[in-house]
Write a protein that binds this ligand. Structure first.
Ligand code: SAM
Length: 245
């Protein structure tokens, strides 16, 4: 991992590793830390830091694929002195190599990259391949909480969740005008998009016995062709100009 955009990024990330804030494997977690809640694509950590403060009795994994962004979350956690959060720098495609069924309770994904182009559709964190992974890791009664400003991604996601047998609840196309506004934790991207006038979409997708019965587990990974579809920016630093459409 490079953290190359930040001054001394790699060393700073290592310092957070030494303090046990950044971990590479669940084996580094304190006994009893799992099961935990996880946020995929935590960015700079706004959401998870506030969640951890509100719920000191729960434990959290802040999961982020870009090391320089994860570094910001980790250093903020260090400054705040929060002990119920750990940061993992990895791609969501690796979730099943890092966690086993029973390790996670609920999953949050806030403003994930829309990956607007059809050829990148499998990278959407609400593509059914990911929804199947979440189903294997979360327990019955577990929930995927999802927010986005992007209406096309939201409608697509609704249909993916339905196709995978999740039970949808508390779906809104205008979070900030809904009953959930009072409890809502506004993230960095949420502020950005709200200020531009976009309404925020939110849903809760639950796993119940029926979800698991109706839709048997399906294994999925990137094919070599799909992996090769990465842009030069992607190859260089995990970034991609096509992901913000
Ligand atoms: C648009 S930002 C949103 C950040 C934050 N959740 C917020 O609402 O402000 C999306 C974040 O998800 C991360 N991300 C995207 N795809 C990911 C993946 N497959 N695995 C882990 N993180 C991912 C990106 O690196 C980025 O930091």
């Amino acid at each position: 991992m490079r953290a190359r955009r930040k001054k001394h990024g790699a060393q700073r990330l290592d310092a957070c590793r030494e303090k046990g804030i950044v971990i590479d494997s669940k084996n580094e977690l304190p006994v009893g830390f799992l099961p935990a809640e996880i946020e995929i694509g935590c960015g700079k950590g706004d959401f998870i830091i506030e969640m951890a403060k509100r719920h000191p009795e729960r434990n959290y994994i802040a999961f982020e694929k870009k090391d320089d962004i994860a570094l910001e979350a980790a250093e903020r956690l260090d400054r705040e002195g929060l002990t119920n959060v750990r940061v993992m720098v990895a791609d969501a495609g690796e979730l099943e190599t890092l966690f086993a069924p029973g390790d996670l309770i609920n999953l949050y994904t806030n403003f994930p990259d829309p990956w607007a182009k059809t050829r990148y559709i499998k990278r959407r964190l609400t593509n059914r391949s990911f929804l199947e992974i979440y189903k294997r890791l979360l327990p019955v009664g577990g929930c995927v909480f999802f927010k986005t400003d992007n209406r096309i991604l939201f409608d697509y996601s609704l249909s993916e969740f339905r196709a995978c047998g999740y039970r949808l609840e508390n779906v809104t196309n205008d979070l900030h005008a809904s009953d959930f506004a009072a409890e809502n934790i506004v993230t960095e991207y949420e502020t950005l998009f709200s200020q531009k006038g976009f309404k925020i979409n939110r849903l809760e997708a639950y796993i119940d016995e029926k979800t698991l019965e109706t839709y048997p587990p399906m294994k999925w990974t990137y094919t070599e062709d799909e992996a090769a579809d990465k842009t030069p920016e992607d190859e260089a630093d995990g970034n991609n100009k096509d992901n913000d459409g």
